[in-house]
Write a protein that binds this ligand. Structure first.
Ligand SMILES: Cc1cc2nc3c(=O)[nH]c(=O)nc-3n(C[C@H](O)[C@H](O)[C@H](O)COP(=O)(O)OP(=O)(O)OC[C@H]3O[C@@H](n4cnc5c(N)ncnc54)[C@H](O)[C@@H]3O)c2cc1C
Length: 513
């Protein structure tokens, strides 16, 4: 895929036409896309643009919205202007220089901005660090990380990021646990998630502030536009409230039957399964015949991180407006991942709101709190960070909104990650179709860029591309060719043996004579 030109993804290519002609299938083919998240929408958009060849329908389980783990919740906040209502994936990770979503947003003429500078707080020391001092500390943090990764490579046992970092900090070679860089590195989600593997570490996970750029009107604008299409493109056919419960591959007819929980079913030439991995691993979506062992193993073994957001709006902004992110160090183990990172919404739009992030078990625990308890917890943390005097200037909390991605039936977690013991093959197995007609898309279907918005998007384009190239038919022909070759080889081998045997017999007879 050429990631440098996102708009052309949506157009059929001559190469595709050639391969379609070569493998000669009936047109237009029906494609059922299951799941209207970033991945499903990307696949549907690309195939819908190829209208003469594909007839696309999208089926989404949720009744009231699409977008999946992108959720710009304008429904519950009618005053919403932008990212103050992003309760799911909200930022383009620009550590990946080729992030295609940045260009796609430009194509759609959506405005994006950098989140802005970080201010790092060590509350019990009353230290507030930013600017040059923070740059020096961040450089030290990178060194600790590099050392941790290098040392873990020499160890015979696969280590977690947390273990590797703790070892470096314990040695005190670069910095100690109590130093600012020691505190800063422990704010990284790869440290917070205790079993994050050093082996398959993503550079962008270092501090968990890898979401560098946000859309001013919220990430939901992008999924909205994927649905409605760019200027002149037709909208996707979206069917809400359609919960797929079974995907049946009818090999004989070369069809895919999708059965829904409401008792209905559709028969399609091809399906793109773009639901979260957790929906497959939980058995909520079943396959007939059952998924091959490698897929089942991958679905069972791949780790899914817990993450949540809480958005809190005050009467007035009491925190410094010039920073884009606030991050606080914590002392106790139980506080890890607990509202350590706050995005300053007021830096992006004129709304006195902050968006707090919860990672790991803290994210799970936060879902169990009542609204009252959640509000108390938020105020407690903010008072620790900014002090009571400043906090009182904020006035009342006028809105507190939070996600619950772990208990959410259609997500069951935030995103996949590489835990100790995992291998890239666990993701990549899902990038292969189940022939003759089931293709997979989603953040969990390719190791590269897994767990991200752009990973989901690219996976959707990949699935669409595979369908346009008629990968299953190519595979079938390859297998057929291979089989024919083997049969030929076996035949000539058998003939060779027969000749040798008859030669041997003649020689034997001569010898006897
Ligand atoms: C709190 C949070 C913050 C994040 N922050 C970032 C970030 O800043 N940057 C970044 O790059 N990534 C971020 N991510 C990750 C990113 O949001 C996801 O990787 C991405 O949205 C996944 O897209 P997807 O299409 O693979 O899956 P989804 O978006 O989950 O789409 C799957 C769709 O399938 C539907 N579905 C489920 N079951 C069924 C069924 N049985 N039948 C029909 N439909 C079904 C779901 O409702 C959903 O709409 C974040 C995630 C979370 C939760």
């Amino acid at each position: 895929l050429d990631l440098n030109n996102s708009s052309k993804f949506f157009k059929g290519t001559d190469r595709n036409k050639d391969s379609r002609a070569k493998f000669g299938f009936k047109l237009p083919k029906d494609v059922a896309v299951i799941g209207a998240g970033m991945a499903g929408l990307a696949a549907a958009r690309k195939l819908t643009a190829d209208r003469s060849n594909f007839n696309v329908q999208v089926y989404e389980a949720r009744r009231e919205r699409f977008g999946g783990r992108v959720w710009t919740d304008k429904l519950t906040n009618i005053k919403a202007k932008g990212p103050e209502v992003d309760l799911g994936g909200s930022a383009f990770i620009v550590a990946n220089k080729n992030n295609p979503l940045v260009e796609l947003a430009e194509d759609f003429e959506l405005k994006s901005v950098n989140i802005g500078q970080l201010q790092f707080l060590i509350p019990w020391e009353k230290r507030v660090i930013s600017g040059k001092e923070l740059t020096t500390i961040s450089m030290e943090t990178s060194k600790i990380f590099e050392q941790a990764l290098n040392e873990s490579k020499t160890s015979k046992i696969e280590m977690s990021v947390r273990e590797a970092i703790d070892l470096v900090l314990k040695s005190g070679k670069i910095a100690t646990s109590d130093s600012p860089s020691g505190h800063l590195i422990r704010c990284a989600s790869s440290y917070i998630l205790e079993d994050y593997s050093t082996k398959h570490y993503h550079q962008s996970d270092l501090l968990g502030v890898d979401y560098d750029r946000v859309l001013v009107d919220g990430m939901g604008e992008l999924t909205d536009r994927l649905l409605s299409g760019n200027f002149g493109e037709s909208p996707l056919h979206l069917n809400l409230n359609k919960v797929a419960r079974q995907i049946k591959i009818d090999k004989e007819r070369g069809k895919v039957v999708v059965r829904f929980t409401d008792g209905s079913q559709i028969v399609s030439d091809t399906a793109v399964v773009a639901v979260p991995l957790s929906v497959i691993s939980s058995g909520d979506l079943q396959f007939e015949p059952a998924l091959p062992k490698s897929y089942q193993e991958a679905a069972k073994q791949t780790a899914i991180a817990s993450e949540n957001k809480v958005i809190v709006e005050f009467e007035h902004a009491f925190w410094p407006k010039e920073f884009g992110i606030f991050m606080r160090a914590v002392q106790k183990k139980e506080e890890r991942g607990y509202l350590q990172t706050w995005v300053n919404i007021n830096h992006i739009v004129d709304v006195p709101a902050l968006s707090g992030l919860l990672v790991g078990t803290s994210a799970e625990d936060f879902e169990k709190l009542s609204d009252e308890e959640a509000e108390k917890a938020v105020l407690h943390v903010l008072s620790e960070m900014f002090g009571d005097a400043l906090l009182s200037k904020g006035g009342k909390i006028v809105r507190l909104q939070r996600s619950a991605w772990v208990s959410d039936h259609w997500s069951k977690g935030a995103a996949t990650y590489a835990r100790v013991g995992s291998s890239p093959a666990m993701w990549d197995v899902f990038s292969e179709p189940l022939c003759p007609g089931v293709y997979f898309a989603g953040e969990h279907t390719s190791f590269i860029n897994h767990g991200t918005l752009h990973g989901a998007y690219i996976s959707g384009l990949r699935a669409a591309n595979q369908i346009q190239e008629n990968l299953c038919e190519q595979k079938r022909l390859q297998e057929q060719e291979e089989e024919e070759k083997q049969q030929k080889a076996a035949k000539s081998h058998a003939e060779g043996q027969e000749q040798t045997q008859s030669k041997d017999k003649t020689v034997g007879l001569k010898n006897e004579l």
